[in-house]
Structure formats: C-alpha cells, structure tokens
Design a protein around this ligand. Structure first.
Ligand code: MG
Length: 291
C-alpha cells in the first residue's frame, strides 16, 4: 500500500494512492474516520495495514503531494554505508572524520541526525543558504519508517518493526560538514531533507535489494542497490535500538551510494536552477529543484 500526505482543500490529508500512482482516496479507520496525520496513522496502525477501505477515488495531482511524514524527532541517518562512497568521500577531502584509515569501511554504523525542520515535500525547492554555504550536495537514500517501537531489537526481529519505506535526499553543506568536524550543522539546515513522494508499506518491498538512482538535470550521478549496503536495515535497527527506544514514526535514512557531488574532481555542487531527481524501485520518484 502507498500512503501519501496530500494537500486537499487547504488541509493536509492522509491518503491511499493506487499502485500506478495515478489515483488516490482519503485513508480512514475502521469507523470511517480520517487520520489527523501520517504520524497518527502509524501510531494507531503500527504494523503494516491491510487494505484500507477504498472510497471514491480521484486523480492524484503531483502538486498536492506534501512530505508523507514529518517526524516528531530527529531523522536518524547513517554515514558512509556504501563501500564505493566511503572511498570517494575519503578521497574528496571533505571527511573531517577521516584522516588515517578514512578509506577503511566502518566497523560499526556511523549515526548522525537531522532535525525535523529539514523535511520538505516533493517539488519544494532546496534552498542554497547564501552566506552560509557554497558547497551544497545531494545524497539519494532509501529511508525506513518505524512502525512498532522498541528497545534492544534483535536483528532477527528488526523487520517486524518496519512500517514502510520512502525516499529522502540527505542534502548536505559540505563546507559546514568539514568546518565543524561533527556533521550535524552541515546536515540540518532548514529544508535540507526532501522526502517523498509517499510511504510504501513494508509488505511490498524486498528491502535487501532495492535499486536507487539519482540524476541531476537528467544526468545519472548515483546508481546502486541496497544489496550494496555495508550495514543492512536489520543491522541499523539493532545498532540504534540497542540504547535508544525507537518509536512509531521514527525515520532512519540508510546512507547514500557513490556519486555525490563532492566525489567528483573538481566537485560538482548544486547550483540554482538544478533539478535533483531520485528514483527508487518500488517506491517512485522524488524530485526537487534548487534555488
Ligand atoms: Mg546521507
């Protein structure tokens, strides 16, 4: 099932989307009442929902799409989780966590976060913060949406806690990432996490092998699958929940493959007028222009 947050008559409304992405209808509970938000739906439904009642459907206009979910707390993200990206990032000179051994694959997941205020929807502009950063970069990623929460989740049970998947662009100010040593400031600039176009529930995807592609102005930059992840989704859930209680609606961005702008010589950062398009097989397309 595909679940989107749409702007209908001025109100953000949680809707089901047909499998071809062409039609939609408001999601309702067993009593026929709408959900106040995607977060509320996930809290109440927790596990992957069976078919929602289908009312009258209407055409989905992409302009209606909002970010499917604005998390209640920071989005959890994974650094250096694809081998080819570890190498390109080490060689780029932008890895302040690097130095000796930077090209070595991490022995444990590197986790950082982005504030909820970074989240923007499909079609909303990525804003280059003039005077703050001149090196804004894209990172196409599969994101996991947690359903049932928990602490100390074992690898074997991890997928039972996944509600679904969506796409994020972990937009990054490379100069701030380098300057401040820790990644938070360069990752958490307001509006730096496009998300969408919707959530696909976990029953519809094989998380172990999902193709991810990113294009800038139509040019293919990133092309990988989640089979290439250094730490797969169960490993990430196990590592994060070891000490942090995961809650329904938490979002974990799983890391970006090789092909980011910083990995080119010379680097190819985003500029006003660029369009970043991320395609993830089985989910759809997330596209945002740059201003
Ligand atoms: Mg990232």
């Amino acid at each position: 099932m595909r679940l989107a947050t749409l702007l209908l008559d001025g109100h953000e409304t949680v809707c089901c989307v047909s499998s071809d992405g062409q039609r939609c209808w408001p999601a309702t509970d067993a009593e026929g009442a709408p959900y106040a938000s995607m977060a509320e739906l996930i809290r109440r439904v927790s596990a992957v929902p069976q078919d929602m009642p289908a009312g009258e459907t209407f055409p989905l206009d992409p302009a209606m799409l909002r970010a499917p979910l604005v998390p209640a707390r920071n989005i959890m993200c994974v650094g250096k989780n694809y081998g080819d990206h570890v190498r390109e990032f080490a060689q780029s000179g932008f890895d302040s966590s690097g130095g000796k051994g930077a090209e070595t694959v991490p022995e444990a997941p590197i986790i950082f976060t982005k504030t909820p205020e970074t989240v923007i929807g499909p079609g909303e502009p990525i804003r280059i913060p003039h005077g703050l950063s001149r090196q804004v970069d894209y990172e196409a990623e599969l994101a996991v949406v947690i359903g049932q929460g928990g602490r100390g989740i074992a690898r074997a049970a991890a997928m039972e806690h996944v509600f679904g998947f969506t796409i994020v662009n972990d937009v990054t100010a490379r100069d701030l990432q380098l300057k401040h040593g820790q990644w938070f400031l360069g990752k958490s600039i307001d509006g730096f996490c496009p998300m969408g176009p919707w959530i696909v529930t976990a029953d519809e995807l094989d998380a172990a092998n999902i193709a991810i592609q990113c294009r800038v102005n139509g040019e293919l930059r990133q092309d990988a699958t989640t089979a290439d992840l250094i730490f797969d989704i169960p490993a990430l859930i196990e590592a994060i929940s070891a000490g942090i209680t995961l809650k329904p609606g938490d979002v974990i961005a799983t890391g970006t493959p090789a092909g980011v702008g910083a990995g080119f010589t010379p680097p190819r950062f985003l500029a006003p007028g660029d369009v970043v398009t991320i395609d993830v097989a089985g989910i759809g397309r997330l596209e945002n222009g740059v201003v």
